[in-house]
Structure formats: C-alpha cells, structure tokens
Design a protein around this ligand. Structure first.
Ligand SMILES: Cc1cc2nc3c(=O)[nH]c(=O)nc-3n(C[C@H](O)[C@H](O)[C@H](O)COP(=O)(O)O)c2cc1C
Length: 187
C-alpha cells in the first residue's frame, strides 16, 4: 500500500487559510501519512484562467485532496474558483474519481457564509466523482472541545473577536484533528 499522500491545495491572501493548511498538514503527518501542500498563486491566473499543468499532475497522484480558501462575499475567493474551473480537464479524464475529498475555509466573521464555500467545494468533489469527508467532531456529542463553529461539511474558521490572532486557537486545533481524520480515512 505505501505511505498515503494527502494533497492540501489552497489559496490564501493574508495568511489565515495558510495557517489552517499548515495545521492540517501537521495533523496528517502526525498519523504517518505524507502531506503535500500546494498553494494557488495569483500570478498563475492569466486573463481569469488558472494555468498550472504540473500542479494538476501532482494532485492526480495524491490519494486524497483537501481544498482550502478564504470565503469572499459568501463564496470561494475568485483565485480558488479559477483553480476549480481549471480542474475541468481532470474532470473530463476522471482523474480524481474515487479519491477522498474534504474542505476548509476561513472568514472574517464567525458566520460569514463560510458554509457556502464548503458547499461549492463539495459540489466540485461530486463533479469529480470524489468521496466527501466532513468534520465529525461536535461540542454536543463528544468531549474533545473542538469545532467551536459547529460545521459538519468541513472546517470553518475565523478569528476570535477582539483577538489579534488571524485564526482562533480552537480552529487551529480543529484543523490538526481534521488532518488526522482525513489521513486515517485515506489509510
Ligand atoms: C473581498 C473580500 C470579501 C470577503 N468576504 C467575506 C465573507 O463573505 N465572509 C467572511 O466571513 N469573511 C469575508 N472576508 C474576510 C476573509 O474571508 C478573511 O479575512 C479570511 O480569513 C482571509 O483569508 P486569508 O488570510 O487566507 O487570505 C472577505 C475578505 C475580502 C478581502
């Protein structure tokens, strides 16, 4: 079987989503899988089209893909949407069929429509024939104290109001757990 390769592909402008990607990757590594981080760079978007064939080749080699981006105006940031659109070649080839998929997003508000971003990622995963894995921790049904935002579709993060940290500590801890979960499911 070999070590599972988990791709974490994300866009981040000011660092919050990057921080989440790092914590997810640490969670992945902590259970013995290999985390590969892929950052969507704005300069790869030309006339609105994301162009990076080698990135898609690398993603296709992964066993699972975790998508991440900020929520902008209640949906995925345009830079990540450009990546989503560019994945259509992989869709045609069924290159990601039956891979595990999951998603995370950050927002400035606790409830800034981040769920819409996760739903867009979920739809993307379904179009690719992927198997969506949500977040299975709840402050109501277990005592881990994670997932303060109560999202089941995937990880929703935001800063704690009044705290200068980009992302609430609980969300970063949840990100670590989320990475562990996806890596274990892929294993
Ligand atoms: C153009 C724009 C639109 C935004 N729209 C939302 C939004 O709809 N909901 C929300 O919670 N935050 C919104 N934000 C805040 C960002 O999602 C938030 O700062 C995020 O953590 C940035 O991620 P990054 O640091 O990875 O770039 C918006 C920010 C920008 C610049």
């Amino acid at each position: 079987m070999g070590t599972k390769q988990i791709g974490v592909v994300f866009y981040s402008k000011t660092g919050a989503t990057r921080l989440l990607a790092q914590h997810i990757s640490e969670g992945i590594q902590s259970v013995g899988a290999n985390a590969q981080i892929f950052e969507i760079e704005s300069q790869s978007i030309i006339a609105g089209r994301y162009q990076n064939t080698p990135l898609f080749e690398q993603l296709t080699k992964c066993d699972a893909l975790i998508f991440g981006c900020p929520t902008y105006m209640g949906s995925p940031a345009a830079q990540f949407k450009a990546f989503m659109d560019a994945s259509s070649d992989c869709y045609v080839q069924k290159a990601w069929q039956n891979k595990l998929a999951a998603g995370f997003t950050s927002g400035g508000s606790q409830n800034g429509e981040q769920q819409q971003t996760l739903l867009a990622m979920f739809a993307l995963a379904c179009q690719h024939g992927m198997l969506w894995a949500g977040l299975d921790v709840s402050q109501f049904s277990d005592d881990l104290g994670l997932n303060r935002t109560g999202s089941s579709l995937g990880l929703v993060a935001s800063p704690e109001p009044g705290d200068p940290q980009l992302v609430a500590t609980n969300d970063l801890q949840t990100a670590f757990y989320f990475g562990q979960r996806i890596a274990k499911l892929a294993g």
